[in-house]
Design a binder for this molecule. Structure first.
Ligand code: RAM
Length: 353
């Protein structure tokens, strides 16, 4: 099913990656170091020497370390200069000063996961007026402040996945569930929560009742204590959805050391490395994510294609993202990576990120 199909796709991607690297190595031999990389489709070539900067929601989050490293791989492939900068806390306006600095440094492409859809708009638009291209990934801004959004999976797909996972974990009797989110302003979280509410309104989920939504701010300790408080406040709680890698790991740690382990179910969006122990000890049956490295990789290629003038971000634009192949820009200047992938005890050991 979804997990199986996804696994095949991930394996296939690895094989393609090896092929792409081999091909890139051959191409390197024949260049003089100044010509453009033949990395994008559409009749032109990727410019060399582009300054491409990654600005995650926060820098000390393993999810973003993985995504940004994926970006670094891509930037190296297109012979650009990679950098990563950003705040240590995912607060709404914390990214503004970093954007201003990147702008002053004449950065060609800013690849950003937004903590707030509006708070960073002014700074991003100034950067664009100065000639930078702005690519959002993971968490979008208002579409008027960026050139492209690289979406990890559709909000609908993520919501369907998360609600199905908690429903399966809780079982046919259903009961009360809650959401432990990241920050209250995060565009991605809020979009997913709205879609989860739509999903929960379907007849097949009539026995699940969403009783609370709390915010751990993508801080480990706050997410841990919010989980504790949630369980104290709702003694009949049967399940928690935490669609944030920081939140779901903290909630799992709390549950696994408490008397709620195995009684209150947990799912969410997590990284295999952070969740492995909690799948093995029975705290979590299944959770989901996408490949964050691929997300960063795709975002870097998209930014390179924009800054090289190969695409403008209009619907129907096509570009090639190295080992991931060709992508087409969809509605609202959005590019979709793929489907969410479900991890469980049977497949988790195949992943290392
Ligand atoms: C956290 C962040 C990020 C989200 C993942 C699932 O790392 O909130 O934005 O996409 O979780």
């Amino acid at each position: 099913m979804r997990a199986g199909t996804g696994r095949v796709r991930l394996v296939a991607i690895t094989a393609l990656a090896a092929l792409a690297l081999a091909t890139a190595a051959c191409a390197d031999d024949s260049t003089d170091g100044t010509s453009a990389s033949p990395a994008a489709s559409g009749g032109g070539s990727m410019k060399n020497g582009l300054k491409i900067a990654f600005l995650p929601k926060q820098v000390n989050n393993p999810y973003f370390t993985t995504s940004d490293n994926g970006g670094k791989t891509a930037v190296e492939e297109i012979k650009g200069t990679y950098s990563e900068t950003g705040p240590s806390e995912a607060s709404p306006s914390a990214q503004v000063s970093y954007i201003n600095t990147l702008s002053q440094q004449n950065t060609d492409v800013i690849v950003v996961s937004a903590n707030d859809k509006d708070a960073i708009c002014g700074a991003l638009n100034e950067a664009r007026q100065g000639g930078a291209k702005v690519v959002t990934f993971d968490s979008d801004t208002n579409p008027t402040c960026r050139d492209l959004f690289i979406n990890q999976a559709t909000a609908e797909g993520i919501a369907k996945n998360q609600v199905k996972l908690i429903s399966d974990a809780v079982g046919p009797d259903g009961g009360e569930i809650a959401i432990l989110s990241a920050t209250a302003n995060a565009t991605n979280q809020n979009t997913w929560i709205e879609m989860m509410k739509t999903e929960l309104a379907k007849p097949e989920y009539a026995k699940l009742k969403l009783v609370d939504t709390v915010y751990g701010d993508d801080q480990d300790q706050k997410s841990f204590t919010e989980t504790q408080a949630l369980l104290a406040k709702h003694p009949n709680l049967k399940g928690i959805i935490s669609p944030t890698t920081v939140g779901v790991a903290a909630a799992a740690r709390y549950l696994s050391g408490s008397s709620y382990k195995g009684k209150v179910q947990l799912t969410g969006l997590g990284t295999p490395n952070q969740m492995r122990a909690f799948v093995k000890d029975g705290t979590v049956k299944a959770f989901a994510l996408w490949n964050p490295a691929d997300l960063g990789y795709l975002a870097a290629y998209a930014g390179g294609a924009l800054a090289s003038g190969l695409i403008t971000g209009k619907e129907g634009d096509k570009f090639t993202a190295g080992k991931l192949g060709e992508f087409t820009v969809g509605k609202d200047a959005t590019v979709l990576l793929g489907d969410p992938f479900t991890f469980n005890a049977s497949n988790i050991d195949q992943f290392n990120f």
